[in-house]
Ligand binder design. Structure first.
Ligand SMILES: NC(=O)c1ccc[n+]([C@@H]2O[C@H](COP(=O)([O-])OP(=O)(O)OC[C@H]3O[C@@H](n4cnc5c(N)ncnc54)[C@H](O)[C@@H]3O)[C@@H](O)[C@H]2O)c1
Length: 462
């Protein structure tokens, strides 16, 4: 099939590449000329495992190309996917200006039947708005061309996007048109051979399904963070509690890791947007509001723990940070907990010495060159000469640690672990002051004030 994808970001590029890989003829369009130029040169603007080789293979085979020309893009596909960003507006609702701009381009240039597919995460009712906008432009042009708009939300997660797209649990399509169902069946047939994954439903149900899925996952995370804060204060180990509840099949082990809060391009904005949709129709979505505020509070805990360890005086300290991306296997820094931490550290007069396997370029893009941000080549250099260490992202390469060695590197043996990677007892016996999330040991140390404890324990001190 001839397919056009508007938006060449995480979702657009993965969708376009995967659809080309099963034989479709795909054109990806983006308004970002620099991004398209890089793609034409064979350079991948984002980090997503496996994407580069699959993309280059399909470009080479002539099934995947890139353009900034909306006329060419609209003329190409019978399927027109909209995969542009839907960032939060000032009031937290999803900003649809990019989606509606694409709708206008399609209306402007189409001259035969098109299926317009909302793949971006958009509020309930957006398909109607896209339909109305295209119809308006066609009317303005004085032409009559048949088209349909359907919803096909994307459930991929960054870091495993190719796997999710090609082997996802379901393919949700919201439409009431048999013609659209046929086209979408044809488009996704290569992914639908093992068992039926296509779930056709009403457009509004499809739109809400995406928000409900993200809100549910975010709720699990915030719930677990809430319990971890209780565990910390009650002297219980959240990791034991996690295993204790995860073993119940009604609860399960997925998505119940305590940590330093969720980030990324989806959960924060989608929870907020759904709460905003609710309030716009006069319904107070109290649970969603709580999920969001628990998360905001959780993101601050890394800084709070560190600050407590230094008795509130971080000025002039150099803090090593392991991991900047909002989660492993991506370079995405949107709403990453590391950003909350770094900004608080800078405000407190501390310097950041950080390492991330993939997102340092993105960090530089966001924060630019500054004296209080040093990006280094590996985790070892990050702790050299640092006063303390904070772990923000659970990249695989951070999961083993010679605690004795670490103690010799840090000026103060303070480690704040936002991902509970290590056993508190092992860290403690190596002489480290180890602050994790929701673990009993953390509380004992924080009650006494780690900095004082450390000073008291120092050889030669009273
Ligand atoms: N990133 C994820 O993990 C993920 C997963 C599922 C759903 N989503 C949703 O998918 C959508 C896209 O997310 P993303 O992470 O890929 O965003 P992104 O910011 O990485 O990419 C969006 C791209 O759209 C381009 N764009 C903007 N206006 C355009 C226009 N008029 N024509 C063509 N291109 C245009 C931008 O230049 C950018 O390259 C969002 O609604 C998001 O919520 C994202």
């Amino acid at each position: 099939m001839k397919i056009t994808i508007f938006g060449s970001g995480y979702v657009g590029l993965v969708t376009g590449t995967c659809l080309a890989d099963v034989g479709h003829d795909v054109v990806c369009m983006d308004v970002d000329a620099a991004k398209i130029e890089r793609l034409k040169q064979g350079e991948i603007p984002i980090y997503e495992p496996g994407l580069e080789s699959m993309l280059l293979r399909n470009v080479e085979a002539g099934r995947l190309s890139f353009t900034t020309d909306p006329r060419e893009a609209v003329a190409h596909g019978v399927l027109q996917f909209i995969a542009v960003g839907t960032p939060p507006d000032e009031d937290g609702s999803a900003d649809l200006k990019y989606v509606l701009a694409v709708a206008e381009s399609i209306g402007e240039y189409m001259d035969d039947y098109k299926v317009i597919i909302d793949k971006s995460t958009v509020p309930v009712g957006t398909a109607d708005r896209v339909h109305a906008r295209v119809a308006e432009v066609l009317k303005h042009r004085g032409v009559s061309v048949d088209f349909d708009v359907c919803s096909n939300p994307e459930f991929l997660k960054e870091g495993a996007a190719l796997e999710d797209f090609t082997r996802g649990a379901r393919i949700v399509v919201g439409t009431d048109s048999e013609k659209v169902r046929e086209r979408m069946r044809e488009c996704y047939a290569p992914y639908n051979r093992n068992h039926e994954k296509l779930m056709f439903m009403d457009v509004r149900a499809a739109e809400l399904t995406k928000y409900a899925a993200n809100a549910m996952l975010a709720t699990k995370i915030s719930f677990m963070n809430e319990i971890s804060n209780l565990a910390e204060r009650l002297g219980a180990d959240i990791e034991e509690v996690r295993r204790g509840i995860g073993s119940d099949p009604r609860i399960g082990y997925h998505f119940i890791y305590p940590g330093c809060g969720y980030g990324g391009s989806c959960f924060p904005k989608d929870v907020q947007a759904l709460a905003r949709t609710a309030s716009q129709i006069g319904y107070e979505a109290e649970l969603l509001t709580a999920v969001e505020s628990v998360n905001k509070r959780q993101k601050v805990t890394l800084f709070e723990k560190l600050s407590r360890a230094f008795d509130g005086d971080l000025a002039g300290k150099t803090i090593a940070v392991w991991g900047l991306a909002f989660k492993p296997n991506t370079d995405d820094m949107r709403d990453a907990p590391s950003r909350t931490l770094m900004e608080a550290l800078w405000a407190a007069g501390a310097k950041v010495q950080a390492y991330d396997p993939e997102s340092m370029r993105e960090t530089r893009r966001i924060y630019g060159e500054r004296d209080d941000l040093v990006l280094v080549a590996d985790r070892i250099q990050a702790v050299k000469g640092a006063d303390a260490l904070v772990i923000c992202t659970e990249w695989k390469e951070f999961r083993t640690l010679d605690a004795g060695w670490l103690k010799t590197q840090l000026a103060f043996p303070v480690v704040v672990d936002g991902r509970n990677l290590f056993e508190p007892s092992a860290m403690k016996s190596a002489g480290l002051m180890y602050y994790a999330v929701g673990r009993g040991d953390t509380l004992a140390l924080s009650r006494q004030g780690a900095f004082h404890v450390w000073h008291r324990c120092r050889p030669g001190s009273a």
